[in-house]
Design a binder for this molecule. Structure first.
Ligand SMILES: C[S@@+](CC[C@H](N)C(=O)[O-])C[C@H]1O[C@@H](n2cnc3c(N)ncnc32)[C@H](O)[C@@H]1O
Ligand code: SF4
Length: 457
């Protein structure tokens, strides 16, 4: 239970407490700011009292809030870390985008490494952020009007047991497909004038290849009809190896798609069975081989922390992923959102093993010439770790960088697509989500189009 006299800090203090496997039964927090630049934080944690006095330079109201937040989180982290004898990979940082924080520090003329050290981020994670910022050079661009387009296809062949995305098996949703495609066409047509400077297009899911050839062609045709997709990075998150076919790949090529995802998740057939993926490792290789002659940039997704996998199994998987020569490899850490109990058990039981897996992936990928180029953390991420996208030099995905760093607008069409407008100068971001379930989205598409048009004015 938490009480604080600083309401805006409540969630952030709770986020710090949630980092730990053991939690205090009660936290009482009192904050005072009496003199210029002196911050007082007092905590009572399970009956024990702690008080801190920190100093920082305050030039405006925004900086004041930033420092209030920073000191309160850091001090609680120190108390709990000492109390429970546990240190976290990202120290007292709880946000999902450490690189954004680093950019903010750099833009203020500061050194993000000093801040990260103060927040007790592990040395290797400070290095990771530095490498990501280096890999983003030349792509990262803070310019209003830059826009990425996302087309949502929330259909899958079957639902994988671990998956936290809003998507459903196509057998249950096929009846909505014709109306859904009508809506996408309308949305894309209406979006024509809204895109100022197109940076990339991403048709994602779900599993876009769960659609049959004719339906997929409708989506590609509508996308290309609405914007000059062929002239920019154009990704289709084709997805699960069991739905790949030559016809679908040819279609992508014909419509100017230049990047695809073929996702094994793991290179163990045993794990694939346990997580209900309904395909084998051989299916992955078949899909990969099939795609080779089309000269796409290929991304493959892996997940660390899948059911009963050991660091050794995972290591073999990373080696095999590297052997494929894919330009991009994304390493996710398992994050379970539903079923709080299970979610918590997994996060904490697996802590050490997941951190070991992540360390292995970083070592193997760096040694093989891959660079980390974007990352994000999620709540309930196993081991308090992160997801990292790795790339061969000069093959980084623009879409992933823009989305994670939040420097460009995102025009999302379809169910559960979240559009975003960014005013870089003011540091302001607004979001507009659309309905999550298919019938509601379909029924409300007229209103969605009107809202979106206004949103992008
Ligand atoms: C939107 S999914 C689409 C990929 C595609 N449908 C497939 O399964 O091949 C993107 C990626 O998120 C990752 N993912 C999904 N659920 C996850 C979870 N619970 N924890 C960690 N990563 C997850 C998987 O690696 C997946 O490939
Ligand atoms: S196929 Fe992909 S999006 Fe669909 S349920 Fe599995 S991991 Fe999730």
């Amino acid at each position: 239970m938490l009480t604080t006299n600083c309401a805006f800090l409540e969630n952030e203090i709770l986020d710090v407490a949630r980092l730990f496997k053991r939690r205090p039964a009660s936290i009482t927090h009192t904050f005072r700011y009496e003199e210029r630049g002196v911050f007082y934080n007092e905590f009572e944690v399970d009956g024990e009292s702690y008080s801190f006095e920190d100093r920082g330079q305050v030039c405006d109201e925004i900086e004041l809030k930033r420092l209030e937040r920073r000191f309160a989180k850091l001090r609680l982290y120190e108390i709990l870390s000492e109390k429970y004898g546990e240190k976290m990979p990202w120290g007292a940082l709880t946000g999902i985008r450490p690189t954004k924080l680093a950019y903010t520090e750099i833009e203020k003329g500061g050194d993000f490494k000093t801040l990260f050290k103060q927040m007790q981020v592990r040395e290797e994670n400070i290095r990771l952020v530095e490498e990501i910022i280096n890999a983003q050079r030349g792509i990262y661009e803070k310019k209003d009007g830059n826009t990425d387009v996302f087309v949502s296809l929330p259909f899958c062949p079957t639902k994988c047991a671990y998956c936290s995305f809003i998507t459903a098996p196509i057998d249950k949703t096929r009846q909505y497909m014709p109306a859904y495609l009508d809506c996408l066409e309308k949305e894309l047509q209406a979006a024509k004038g809204s895109v100022k400077n197109l940076r990339s297009v991403y048709i994602g899911g779900g599993t876009p290849f769960a659609l049959d050839v004719a339906d997929l062609e409708r989506v590609l045709k509508a996308t290309n009809g609405a914007m000059k997709s062929g002239s920019v990075e154009y990704t289709v998150e084709a997805g699960r190896p069991d739905v790949f076919s030559k016809e679908k790949l040819q279609l992508l090529k014909a419509y100017g798609v230049n990047r695809i995802c073929i996702n094994p998740q793991t290179f163990s057939d045993e794990t694939l069975k346990k997580i209900g993926r309904k395909h084998t490792v051989a299916d992955f290789y078949r899909a990969f081989e099939l795609s080779k002659s089309y000269d796409f940039t290929v991304n493959i997704d892996l997940i660390a922390g899948l059911t009963e996998e050991t660091p050794e199994t995972f290591e073999r998987g990373v080696e095999k992923a590297i052997e494929t020569g894919a330009e991009n490899i994304t390493v996710h850490c398992l994050s379970l959102k539903s079923g709080a109990k299970l979610k918590e058990e997994i996060s904490y039981i697996e802590n050490e093993r997941i951190s070991e897996m992540i360390a292995i992936s970083r070592k193997l990928l760096s040694e093989s010439g891959y660079e980390p180029y974007y990352m994000y953390r999620q709540k309930y991420q196993a081991g308090n770790n992160e997801n990292v996208g790795w790339t061969k030099p000069k093959k980084a995905c623009v879409y992933n960088i823009d989305v994670m760093e939040e420097v460009a607008d995102n025009l999302g069409v379809g169910a559960n697509a979240i559009s975003k407008r960014v005013w870089n100068g003011e540091g302001r971001i607004e979001r507009l989500g659309s309905q999550k379930d298919l019938p509601t989205y379909i029924a409300g598409v007229g209103e969605t189009i009107a809202k979106k048009r206004k949103f992008f004015e």
